[in-house]
Design a protein. Structure first.
Length: 68
């Protein structure tokens, strides 16, 4: 097996835009990784998910299959 072919794996701190921080392992150089969204602020995980239907696709589907 060749030596020095794998990148260095170390612990980094992940910082979200919402202020949440946590530690994880990474091969990215540096001590911190900045992200825009995490499990504390993502709409899917917080239960604030909204269905955006600007073109009326949901209503057309319900009308087509008589689901209303």
């Amino acid at each position: 097996m060749k030596k020095d072919t794998h990148p260095e794996y170390h612990e980094v701190t992940v910082v979200c835009a919402c202020g949440n921080t946590f530690k994880t392992g990474s091969t990215v150089k540096g001590d911190t990784i900045k992200i825009d969204i995490c499990n504390k602020c993502h709409p899917f995980y917080t239960g604030k998910k909204k269905v955006v239907d600007a073109s009326g696709n949901v209503e057309n589907f319900k009308k087509k299959y008589n689901l209303q």
